[in-house]
Structure formats: structure tokens, C-alpha cells
Design a protein around this ligand. Structure first.
Ligand SMILES: [Zn+2]
Length: 476
């Protein structure tokens, strides 16, 4: 260029993303992994098994700092994350954090650490982020068939700032309160409501003049729609009615504060909020006075109760094609998460690692459901992972001469042997049986953990045995 040679670059960094010549994204992943591992090194100095940062704090750091760093621009390089070499890098990063969260030994395998820490595999999170990005951009989703995701409007479609009208809503604690003033009750009053019942979604309007019901409208929404969407849709149709009616003054009532706030917030690009604002502008051009009110739900406001009842009726009885069927992004999110967990479960099942963890928690979802209600202590993690002061483990990692148990030198002293078979602990085991009335065997552990009645007793039993054995192996 201008007589000078321009050299060929192996890679360039644009907006924090490293793009290499062959689009492998290897160097990008290497870059983010180094960045994250540096944080890990600092963190691990102050997060030890028995002292330092608590596991909830490490989890917060992981979720709010580490994951966002890794997931940055995931939609660009997600395909690269399907490669094994890249997965290996991500796994190495995540394993360290998962171990810190559960405060386990560093020998605990990745599948076990992830299940116990309740963290989705990082490479799957990358795929998730990429899919969600595509869904938000309006790309067709298999799960929805030919129906579309509700995408945000572009700011270019909004009214010109000079044309914007100020939108405000008033709060009415009690509509029959005489202090509300007469002007609020004049003209057309439209009550709106949305409802989800039995997996079906409906919305309704009811309009009143001089305290008498003069009309109603019922709408059906697609079953995956949210109550929030139903509320928004009802408000949208209410503004439609306001445009068509002859009244000069219209009051619209809703019990959904979040909907009214969305409408009021001019920076919100919700498609229905857009339509409502356009309608409000039209009403203003027609010199009509329209006011929005928020009323508290279920306090006996007659119009609101009636709208609520009609919305429920619409949801249950209306058999027509839905009036509104844009799929909320939250539904897509849930579906993507469901598929991710399915892949994670498959990986967890086929891996040869995490054998001990699997005998406590055969599914990752089950592990999540149980562990979120427990506070994991380092001792409990030793039990769930099998990596702790048990001879079989100590021998495997060359800390003890033989793996045998004190009851029989030829039998490995593993955590499952100690809990289920070892005659040394038969008395405590008998006590356990008396209390929970379930026979303890390899197959019954998941059921014992699942039941609220037996979980606590069983965990105390595990801890009691673990404490005895760990102490014994320490002194021997
Ligand atoms: Zn034994």
C-alpha cells in the first residue's frame, strides 16, 4: 500500500476477540483460559479447604466473573468449543473452580466436581450462550416449529424523540375511595387482566360506563406465553378499544405494575409496549384524554375481579386460534437449558469417572435438587466423592501402604464398603435402619437421599463413620 509491503498477520484482536488466520479460535480460547487461570491463582491463595473464602463466595465469583469472561462473544466461537482440544482447556479451567466451590481434594474428577458443585460443563454453557444469542436475534427455533420468538423492536422503529409523549401511570390503592376524585370515574373505564391457569393463558378486558358493565373482550394466548405477556396484550387491546370508541376520556386499569412500567420506560423495546405507545400517540393526536392506573390485585375491586375471571374463562374455554402467539424468550431459555442438562446427564452416565458420586447421585438433576438444599462440608464432600481419608484412596495416591480395611486386609477400605458392608460399623448401621426403616444397600442410597424423612439421618450416619475412619487413618 503506497509502495510499502503490508505483512501478513497470524491473528488480530478485534473488540476483545482474537481471530486467527484459519478461524480455529485456539488462540482466543488460550487467551481467555490464561486470563481466568490468573484469577484462579489469586483466588486459590485465600480459598483453602478448612479456611478462607466460603464456597458461596467462590460460586458468586465464578458465576459473575469467570463465566462472563469465558462466554464473551461465545456466539462467534461456539462451533470451535465442540472440538476436544478446546474442551480440554475449558475443562481444566472449570475443574479448579468446581473443586474450590465444593472444597474437595484436588484429585476429584471433573464430572464428580461439577455434579457436586452444581455447575454446568463450561463448553455446554458456551453452546447455550450461542443458541440464546441466535434466538434473541429472531432465528428460527426447532422447538417452536414455524412460530417465532418474541424479539425486541429496533430503536429505529420507535417514535422520533421529538414526537415522544410522556407516559405516566397513577397508583390507585382503592378505586372506590372517594378521595380518588370524580374525574377518574367519568368516561370509559377499561379493566384489563391476564391469567395463566392449568398451563393455558388468557387475557381479558371489561369496560364500564358510569359504574355499569357495557362490554367485554376475551383473548387466548399460546400456552407457552407468560402471564406478563397476557397482561401486556390486554393493555394493548384496551388501547385499541380506546381508539375506536366515541368517548373523549378513557381510563385504563391494570394490576400489573411491571407491564405499566415497561410501557412507561421509553428505552424498553418490548414489541407490545411499542404498539401500545403508538396507540397512545394516536389517541393524543385525536385529542382524547387517556390515563393509565395501577390497581392492587385481589383486593375486591369489582372491575378487576371481573377481568380476572374473564381472563381465566378465556384461558380455559376459548377454543379458537390464539390471538397472540409470540414465544417469550424465557420459554426458549428453559428449553435450551433442558437440552443442555440432557447432554450433561449423558456425559455423566457414560464417564468411567465419578463412580462413587454416581452411587449417591445417579442423575445430575437429582444431585442439583438435593445439594441445593444442603450445606456441603469438606467431610461430606469426602464421602460423596470417595476422595478422603479412606485407605483405598490413600493407597491409590501413595499415602498408605495397603488399601485394606481393618475388618479384613483383603477388602478395600472404600467409602461404600465402610457405609454398607464393613462389620466394624454394624451397630451404627443397625441404628440407622431402626430410624429410617429402609434397608441400606448400594441401590437404595439415592432413594434414601431423595426422601426428606431419611436424608438428614443418613448424612449424619455417613459423617459419623467418615469421622471415625479418617481419624483412625490419620493416627495409624
Ligand atoms: Zn471394613
Amino acid at each position: 500500500m503506497a509502495g510499502a509491503m503490508i505483512g501478513l498477520e497470524e491473528q488480530i484482536k478485534i473488540l476483545g476477540l482474537i481471530i486467527d488466520r484459519k478461524l480455529t479460535f485456539n488462540s482466543h480460547v488460550k487467551y481467555i483460559c490464561t486470563k481466568v487461570l490468573n484469577i484462579y491463582k489469586h483466588l486459590s491463595r485465600s480459598a483453602k479447604i478448612n479456611w478462607g473464602l466460603r464456597s458461596e463466595i467462590i460460586r458468586t465469583i465464578y458465576v459473575s466473573v469467570i463465566e462472563p469472561i469465558v462466554l464473551y462473544a461465545a456466539s462467534v466461537w461456539a462451533t470451535a468449543a465442540q472440538k476436544l482440544t478446546i474442551q480440554k482447556h475449558l475443562n481444566a479451567v472449570q475443574r479448579g473452580f468446581a473443586q474450590k466451590i465444593i472444597k474437595s481434594y484436588r484429585t476429584v474428577s471433573l464430572p464428580a466436581a461439577l455434579a457436586l458443585a452444581r455447575l454446568l460443563p463450561l463448553d455446554l454453557r458456551v453452546q447455550e450462550a450461542a443458541r440464546l444469542y441466535r434466538a434473541k436475534r429472531g432465528k428460527q427455533q426447532d422447538v417452536l416449529g414455524d412460530r417465532l420468538v418474541e424479539t425486541k423492536k429496533c430503536f429505529l422503529d420507535a417514535l422520533h424523540p421529538a414526537q415522544e409523549i410522556g407516559i405516566n401511570y397513577a397508583k390507585l390503592e382503592d378505586i372506590s375511595d372517594p378521595s380518588v376524585g370524580k374525574s377518574d370515574r367519568e368516561g370509559l373505564q377499561i379493566f384489563t387482566d391476564g391469567s395463566k391457569i392449568g398451563g393455558k393463558v388468557g387475557a381479558a378486558l371489561v369496560y364500564w360506563r358510569d359504574g355499569i358493565e357495557t362490554g367485554k373482550k376475551k383473548f387466548l394466548l399460546e400456552s407457552y406465553c407468560s402471564v406478563y405477556q397476557a397482561e401486556m396484550y390486554a393493555l394493548y387491546r384496551a388501547t385499541d378499544v380506546a381508539i375506536k370508541c366515541k368517548d373523549k376520556q378513557i381510563n385504563i386499569y391494570s394490576d400489573s405494575k411491571s407491564s405499566l412500567e415497561t410501557i412507561q420506560n421509553l428505552k424498553s423495546y418490548h414489541p407490545l409496549a411499542f404498539e401500545i405507545r403508538q396507540n397512545l400517540k394516536k389517541l393524543k393526536d385525536k385529542q382524547k384524554i387517556i390515563r393509565l392506573f395501577w390497581i392492587r390485585a385481589h383486593v375486591g375491586v369489582e372491575g378487576n375481579e371481573r377481568a380476572d375471571q374473564l381472563a381465566k374463562e378465556a384461558a380455559i374455554t376459548k377454543k379458537t386460534a390464539p390471538d397472540y402467539d409470540a414465544c417469550p424468550i424465557s420459554f426458549v431459555k428453559r428449553h435450551i437449558r433442558y437440552e443442555t442438562v440432557k447432554i450433561w446427564q449423558h456425559r455423566y452416565e457414560i464417564t468411567e469417572k465419578a463412580a462413587v458420586t454416581k452411587s449417591f447421585f445417579p442423575t445430575v438433576e437429582g444431585a442439583n435438587a438435593i445439594l441445593r438444599r444442603l450445606t456441603l462440608t469438606p467431610a461430606l464432600v469426602q464421602v460423596f466423592s470417595g476422595h478422603g481419608g479412606f485407605s483405598e484412596y490413600l493407597h491409590r495416591f501413595k499415602c498408605k501402604e495397603g488399601p485394606g480395611c481393618v475388618c479384613d486386609e483383603t477388602v478395600d477400605e472404600s467409602i461404600l464398603h465402610l457405609l454398607i458392608d464393613c462389620p466394624q460399623h454394624s451397630r451404627i448401621r443397625e441404628d440407622l435402619h431402626q430410624q429410617i426403616q429402609i434397608e441400606l444397600c448400594r441401590g437404595s442410597i439415592p432413594a434414601i437421599l431423595e426422601s426428606n424423612a431419611s436424608r438428614k439421618i443418613f448424612l449424619e450416619f455417613c459423617l459419623k463413620i467418615a469421622r471415625i475412619v479418617i481419624e483412625r487413618n490419620r493416627t495409624r
